[in-house]
Ligand binder design. Structure first.
Ligand code: BDR
Ligand code: CA
Length: 311
């Protein structure tokens, strides 16, 4: 069955690979891409999304720019990880077209309300500002959305502080709103995405495809590896955002555990921490779950097949 999704992203090397995975997988129908200020400015990440569409030869898919900054806090980009453009390491092709005039928040609301209930899935892979505003502007989307599958957070570790992950840390107030709505929500956090390492074997498989898109992804991974070695102590880079899409392609690639979740807003050392309560079996009305284990081989097979398809 085809899954209709809205990708809400801030490309970003791993966001770009998430887009490629979504567009190159037959069971996924990307209704639209919305962008949010995060890894870089809204202008840059929107351009990046449109350039990735050019790489995928999909010039019809529309990109809707959303919020340029978090709800409460000052914007904080991630040039140490993604470079000045947000997609350093590759030559960016011309954007596939202009961005849409309609604001991402309006687009999300319109699309969810126009579709049959329970058919549209939101896949945020950046700060949650657009999704939080959409919920506040039109609360009825909560019962109409099929589910929210987001990359962000972690229940054991952080990467933007000792306890917080980037997407949640830069806009914790938005994350708090999104995590506390009663829609089915899957947190694909660092515990899972740190298993999605682009190893040399993975790169070999991508190289073997021998396509332009494959070359583009290799350029991204090369830069991403250097960033992760220099700044995060990783040998190979974790391709976070593609994991959220992979879970929708085939949920067996990820094991999950149902658990109550919340977002810390006030701790001196813990702002933006996602708190998972593992003490008891989750209560009946718990609508949140966390991703726990990744089938690495299956995940990368999906990604390489998608790269081959869009090329
Ligand atoms: C998340 O932060 C961003 O830098 C990546 O694109 C990913 O969404 C990982 O912490
Ligand atoms: Ca991202």
């Amino acid at each position: 069955m085809t899954r209709k999704i809205i990708l809400d992203c801030d490309p970003g090397h791993d966001d770009a690979i998430a887009i490629i995975l979504a567009l190159g997988t037959p069971g996924i129908d990307v209704l639209g891409i919305t962008t949010v200020g995060g890894n870089q400015t809204l202008e840059k990440v929107t351009r990046n999304a449109l350039s990735v569409l050019r790489v995928c030869r999909d010039t019809d898919l529309r990109v809707y720019p959303g919020c340029a900054r978090p709800l409460v806090r000052q914007p904080e980009a991630a040039p140490s990880i993604h470079g000045e453009s947000g997609l350093d390491g590759v030559e960016l092709p011309e954007p596939a077209g202009p961005p849409q005039d309609e604001h991402a928040v309006d687009y999300i609301i319109r699309t969810v309300m126009e579709h049959e209930p329970n058919t549209v899935t939101l896949v945020p892979t950046g700060p949650l500002t657009n999704i939080a505003l959409a919920v506040r502007r039109e609360p009825r989307i909560v019962e109409r959305v099929r589910e929210v599958v987001l990359m962000g957070g972690g229940y054991h570790t952080g990467n933007w502080s000792a306890t917080a992950e980037f997407n949640i840390k830069v806009d914790p107030e938005s994350a708090h709103i999104v995590f506390n709505e009663p829609w089915p929500l899957t947190m694909v956090g660092l515990d899972l995405t740190h298993q999605a390492l682009a190893t040399p074997e993975v790169e070999e498989q991508i190289r073997a495809i021998g396509s332009d898109c494959g070359g583009f992804v290799l350029g991204l991974l090369d830069f991403f590896r250097q960033s992760y070695r220099a700044n995060q102590g990783f040998e190979h880079p974790p391709v976070h955002d593609a994991c959220a899409v992979a879970y929708l392609v085939d949920s067996s690639v990820v094991t999950t555990r149902r658990v109550p979740l919340d977002v810390e807003l006030r701790g001196e050392l813990t702002v933006g921490m996602t708190v998972a309560d593992f003490r008891m079996p989750a209560p009946e009305n718990c609508t949140t779950q966390v991703a726990v284990d990744l089938d690495h081989r299956k995940f990368w097979r999906m990604v390489t097949e998608a790269i081959a398809r869009v090329s």
